[in-house]
Design a protein. Structure first.
Length: 295
């Protein structure tokens, strides 16, 4: 049985989730017993029944969503899904075909829109952990969605600030297209961390969920991830899709973005103790080098 523990001294919330210890780990080292990958095409019976799928032109699935078999939260505490992004046993976003990556981003939007419309949970987050240093435990390429009844404190503070119109004015623009822009945030946590977002609400999640703009998003995301990996020399990263809590959606509109967070350094004592971050590459320098890489 999972439970929340709250440390009032540190304002810290921790989920005690014993079932998480049971989940398989593909990166467990040479002694890890080899087993059939449940995310591969043909192993569909090894996962919980799927809740969504995107079919390819031949009618087979390109991306499918399933409930997380080892959820951190469940019942009234939230829901957690896995989005499997290819029937092929590949481990990297960069190894997906254009069709698969387009189906994957469409599936992300579909699941977020579904959970938003359902309205059971206020806070929605979609994320990808690629590489063990970024927290991945399964090799097969996938992302995850988590929905919680209320936004965690840090996220709530961020969305409240956005609702007030209290936005940073000193982000460094990397590139801008007609509908999208890539920025280095004001205070990036890691070298070459960057955020890709639609400009001026031009890409509502609802439209993306219908496949509109998904091809361009897939193409650009592939290039950005490759550039970040190349510049940072680190192939572990997280993608974080930030979407407004349901309670904020009518105030902040279609404001959402994708954070690309390379895990070029570990989280060490200073970060653990204080929440302060140390980044050797400033955002202006990162923006300049990313722009060169993407030119
Ligand atoms: Zn597999």
């Amino acid at each position: 049985m999972s439970t929340w523990r709250f440390d009032s001294l540190n304002q810290r919330k921790v989920r005690i989730a014993p079932a998480r210890a049971l989940r398989p780990n593909d990166f467990g080292g040479p002694t890890e017993k080899k087993r059939r990958c449940p995310f591969c095409g043909g192993s569909e019976a090894d996962t919980p029944p799927e809740v969504d799928r995107i079919a390819d032109s031949a009618g087979a699935w390109s991306a499918r969503a399933i409930p997380n078999q080892y959820p951190t939260v469940d019942g009234a505490d939230g829901v957690q899904e896995v989005i499997i992004e290819s029937p092929r046993h590949v481990s990297r976003l960069g190894e997906l075909t254009d069709e698969e990556l387009t189906a994957a981003v469409t599936c992300w939007a579909r699941r977020l829109v579904h959970r938003r419309r359902e309205g059971r949970f206020d806070y929605l987050l979609l994320f990808k952990n690629e590489g063990p240093a970024a927290g991945a435990s399964m090799q097969h390429v996938h992302s995850q969605l988590i929905a919680l009844p209320t936004a965690p404190a840090q996220a709530a503070a961020m969305w409240d600030a956005i609702r007030r119109g209290d936005l940073p004015q000193d982000e460094s623009c990397v590139v801008r297209t007609a509908a999208w822009e890539l920025v280095s945030p004001t205070a990036p946590r890691f070298a070459y961390e960057c955020w890709w977002r639609p400009r001026g609400g031009q890409m509502p999640l609802e439209a993306l969920a219908e496949g509109e703009g998904a091809g361009e998003l897939a193409r650009q995301l592939r290039r950005i991830v490759a550039a970040v990996i190349n510049l940072g020399g680190c192939d572990a990263y997280n993608l974080i899709v930030q979407v407004p809590p349901v309670s904020h959606a009518s105030d902040v509109g279609d404001r959402w973005w994708i954070e690309v967070v390379p895990r070029s350094a570990g989280i060490a004592g200073l970060e653990l103790a204080t929440g302060l971050w140390v980044n050797p590459v400033g955002p202006e320098e990162a923006a300049r080098r990313l722009a060169e890489e993407l030119a």
